[in-house]
Write a protein that binds this ligand. Structure first.
Ligand SMILES: Cc1cc2nc3c(=O)[nH]c(=O)nc-3n(C[C@H](O)[C@H](O)[C@H](O)COP(=O)(O)OP(=O)(O)OC[C@H]3O[C@@H](n4cnc5c(N)ncnc54)[C@H](O)[C@@H]3O)c2cc1C
Length: 504
């Protein structure tokens, strides 16, 4: 049963077998698997419920205000601060993500084994969970005709330089290349959890409460007992009615910033105070290139390819073109200068991103009045990787024929020739002068074999609170260096199977 805000006219009290907080990559998957296993599941989502027909073509303002937290521009404080975009709606960030699918690289699982004692999470053991997820979200290659020209330019540049690349696998069926993945797919081709796991969850008798922010996870004598939250009026943002869920099992799946914040506010503590630390962000450097001919990168699906040549070294590169507003955020220009470039060059622009597998980390703090304050410290290694990523992208774009590139550095906005790339390294750049974005937060409630090196066991269960689990990107002990949705979903499937086996 689906409850929208308008369906709630009083305080609600409900009992269930499992309560799940958050309906994104982790929460929707865990909820569906458990409801399918016959458990009585209540799923609580802070954001609203929207469907394909609500997703408006060319209305970034509607999308950012209804589907994203903080209008898509949350800030992770630091030097530099990092702009974070994440979903706050049914389907969570999967409703607004780019649909790219990657299995966790084997080297990452190996690291988790030898650093954290996670011996039971291996490429072989995870195979059935990956397969199940990929089948459910229709992970496959996109139709050649759906790809857009900026993807082809990335491929061309990579080929000219002899760099390896891969044609992306994406969670979609019959994608026609509307290129609106991140504002809500208007054709339903994208298989976010909104269009597969959530309907299946409801069909299996699950109860979904929307527009309800969970404020506390309740525990008594080392056991979880449920959650409390408030239904919030989507227009006025006023707290209206209270939700009380009594449940012997709670799975928190609010994403790697909100999950540790909720747990901390609830008074949950772990042996070594690791909760909320180890915030990982896959810092993303954007380079915008201008080509002589019109590219019309807004047509066709972006991110057709990713350059994998430097993946082992922690760098993955791709192109992703979006609306003018989002593009403007990625360029180091302001005011009239920005307006002039967008007016004159919009159809000629290509935006590339370098994803850094980070080795530094941050912390999620909670402040007064339900505020959440994430912080991040870019370390020297990752700072160098950011500069290298920008330089490599610039090289690829010039190889593909770009006439100039806009760089994400204060003090060096554009270069017009590949011969100028070495000048990047002459700049006395400081970390605070980089413009960084992230759409991948991870790592704040890490798994491990022991309470002295982790908060959760390998199934996402708290070492020290019975019945309390996490199933979202928070559980990663380290960065994974690739787009994370499939890893989150596969681990959530495994967590749900573990809970179902112990409960039924
Ligand atoms: C623009 C964008 C593009 C991306 N592109 C890709 C891509 O191409 N491929 C890929 O693999 N990944 C991509 N990602 C990342 C991927 O979508 C996320 O890593 C993944 O969805 C995170 O899953 P999660 O379960 O941790 O959190 P989310 O999916 O973010 O879900 C968390 C949910 O919990 C809810 N919530 C939080 N706190 C509370 C609370 N207290 N009470 C109730 N509900 C709460 C939130 O509203 C949200 O709906 C992208 C992300 C974005 C934003």
């Amino acid at each position: 049963m689906l409850y929208k805000y308008k369906d709630i006219d009083r305080h609600v009290e409900i009992d269930c077998d499992v309560c799940v907080v958050g309906s994104g990559a982790g929460g929707a998957v865990a909820s569906k698997e458990l409801a399918e296993a016959g458990l009585n599941v209540v799923l609580v989502e802070e954001g609203g419920y929207f469907t394909t027909k609500d997703f408006k073509v060319d209305d970034t303002i509607w999308s950012t205000s209804n589907l994203y937290r903080d209008g898509g521009a949350s800030i992770i404080m630091g030097k530099p601060s990092v702009m974070l975009s994440e979903g706050r709606c049914v389907g969570g960030s999967t409703t607004i993500n780019g649909a790219m699918c990657w299995r966790t690289p084997g080297k990452v699982f190996k690291r988790w084994q030898w650093e954290r004692g996670l011996y039971d999470i291996t490429t072989n053991n995870m195979e059935p969970y990956f397969t199940k997820v990929e089948e459910t979200i229709h992970a496959k290659s996109i139709l050649p005709e759906a790809k857009n020209q900026d993807s082809e330019l990335l491929r061309l540049g990579a080929e000219k330089l002899g760099y390896r690349y891969r044609a992306n696998i994406r969670s979609q069926d019959h994608c026609v290349g509307a290129n609106m993945c991140i504002t809500g797919c208007p054709t339903g081709a994208k298989h976010s959890t909104l269009v597969n796991y959530i309907p299946a969850f409801l069909n299996h008798g699950g109860e979904l409460f929307t527009n309800c922010r969970v404020h506390r996870v309740k525990t008594k004598r080392g056991k979880v007992t449920g959650v409390t939250g408030w239904f919030v009026d989507p227009q006025t943002k006023e707290k209206k009615y209270k939700l009380t869920v009594k449940s012997p099992i709670v799975i928190v799946s609010g994403g790697a910033v909100q999950t540790p914040a909720l747990l901390k506010k609830s008074g949950i503590r772990d042996e070594k105070s690791l909760l909320g630390k180890n915030l990982l962000v896959h810092p993303n450097m954007k380079v915008v290139a201008a080509f002589e001919e019109a590219v019309n990168a807004w047509q066709g699906v972006n991110q057709g390819y990713q350059i994998t040549e430097f993946q082992e070294e922690g760098l993955l590169m791709g192109v992703n073109f979006t609306s003018p507003g989002v593009l403007a955020l990625a360029m180091p220009l302001e005011g009239n200068q920005m307006l002039r470039v967008l007016k004159k060059e919009f159809h000629h622009l290509v935006m590339g991103g370098a994803l850094i597998e980070d080795t530094g980390s941050g912390t999620v703090y909670v402040g007064p009045f339900d505020t959440v304050v994430p912080t991040y410290q870019l370390n020297e290694h990752d700072f160098r990787q950011c500069i290298r990523g920008a330089a490599l992208l610039t090289e690829v774009f010039f190889a593909a024929g770009a006439k100039k590139c806009y760089l994400p550095f204060t003090g060096m906005h554009e270069i017009r020739s590949p011969d100028d790339i070495p000048k990047i390294f002459q700049l006395k750049l400081k970390p605070a002068e980089l413009e960084l974005l992230t759409v991948h937060v991870m790592g704040t409630v890490p798994m491990g074999s022991q309470a002295h090196n982790s908060v959760l066991n390998s199934y996402g269960a708290f070492h020290n609170v019975k019945g309390l689990y996490v199933a979202d990107a928070s559980v990663f002990p380290t960065s994974i260096g690739v787009n994370p949705q499939v890893t989150i979903m596969a681990l959530a499937t495994r967590t749900a199977e573990y809970i179902a086996n112990r409960s039924t």
